[in-house]
Ligand binder design. Sequence first.
Ligand code: HC1
Length: 573
Amino acid sequence: MVNITIDNQKLQVPANYTILEAAREANIEIPTLCYLKDINEIGACRMCVVEVKGARSLQAACVYPVSEGLEIYTQSPAVREARKVTLELILSNHDKKCLTCVRNGNCELQKLSEDLNIKDIRFEGESGNYSLDNFSPSIVRDPNKCVLCRRCVSMCKNIQKVSVIDTNERGFKTIVAPAFNKSLNEVPCTMCGQCINVCPVGALKEKEDIDRVWEALDNPELHVVVQTAPAVRVALGEEFGMPIGSRVTSNMVAALKRLGFDKVFDTDTAADLTIMEEGTELIDRIKNGGKLPLITSCSPGWIKFCEHTYPEFIENLSSCKSPHEMFGAVLKSYYAEKEGIDPSKVFVVSVMPCTAKKFEAQRPELASTGFPDVDAVLTTRELARMIKEAGIDFKQLPEENFDDPMGEATGAGVIFGATGGVMEAALRTVAEILTGKSIEDIEYNEVRGVEGIKEATIEVADLKLKAAVAHGLGNARKLLDKIKAGEAEYHFVEIMACPGGCVNGGGQPIQPSSVRSWTDLRVERAKAIYEEDRALPIRKSHENPKVKMLYDEYFGEPGSEKAHKLLHTHYEK
Ligand code: HC1
């Protein structure tokens, strides 16, 4: 510990703290813009400058380490003026169309302007007049709004290890973009959208599908069904001011019904179906000498990364479609037949925590009935925008349930939304199939939590099943390199593109650095996921009565020819 003073307050703080961390502990707020704890600590934007006694110039609090006897002033006239000048310079060439910006009301630059009492901008900068990069099916990039904080660059380069965006040019011409100013669609972007989640302003956003969905809802010819991913229900509430980790499943269902969807289904049901197919595939590969490890295929960002960067693992990928794509195929075949609806009139909307799902839905091979399995993908944020636009009082909605005939899911389906969840759900089923016994202890804690790579050996019958879980593409790289080098061997591997899994997907509500830096969103949202699992009466996929019904009435058995036609896919090298 060291003794310091901040604004004449005496403090004792750990010796490895920065001034920013020390100030935060004393409830002294220092403004930041480029700072994001553990992701972007580069002291570039100079918003967090403070006076340090004895230093020749103002210092960036986010990178300046504390030391014994340090005297710091966070609100001196020089500090206040420096911050204002810096902010006015940033604003001088910023595209200030705040009223129509997707981040209106949730923009860190807007908040800073308010907090620092900016009334006038003393400088006039030249706007770059950059054109919009909206060619990707998932992500739109608007350099006119970029504040060059580099948070997206750090996320893409250091955390995801994908490195498709960086700073190009110099001085006033500096721009964050893919190399040679290409579109995100022309580089190996995985569309994970993590760059959007860390952007403090509206320079990065999802490709919106709201208008297409309103049009479908207004078209009396269409039967519009919606399905919601496991992770949406533990984050949507944040858009309505609820605490992080609130479970809002029934409010969400009620809101979707009020928006006018003909049926509201749960992607978790299809997650249970995925376990039946993927579990069967795993057992088959283990028993019959198939390619191992089997690697999960639910995360489209991971699939794209594998196709671009690790094509040698394509044969390891499970051939299962991701759950929402499976559900789409089921809705346009079994459900359409059962309800007597022309499949061409069934319009499937997926509400996902993920931007890569927009890209996935457009993959031509994901159209087993001759129509796209899924017609439109909305992120959690887009759904919130629709609910607000419709004037629905989200917090006051009555309890409502998912619709039949497929409105039931198990706890195993829910936990798909957190890293390790697909693995755990599969283990709950595979262990019972292999042992032929009912297993009571179904919580596999070894694969839970936010450690980058998790490993477990599970004894099932006479097999020691070796499993590994990686979340975030940087961790995926580490794990795959280890497997490639022959340093590790597994039967089953789960990979999710987003750090923390879908709960922290690129389409989830955006929390500012002031929250995100100090609260682990992955942990809080995952807690809610596991609570939901524990609250459900059935927690194993193979016990889901709706899934049993699907096999009895339609698919026959897992891995059948019909199941392969509708529920499985292939990948591109
Ligand atoms: Fe996911 Fe999945 S869990 S991929 O993480 O397998 O997006 O939530 O919907 O499809 O079920 C995302 C979440 C989601 C699929 C499922």
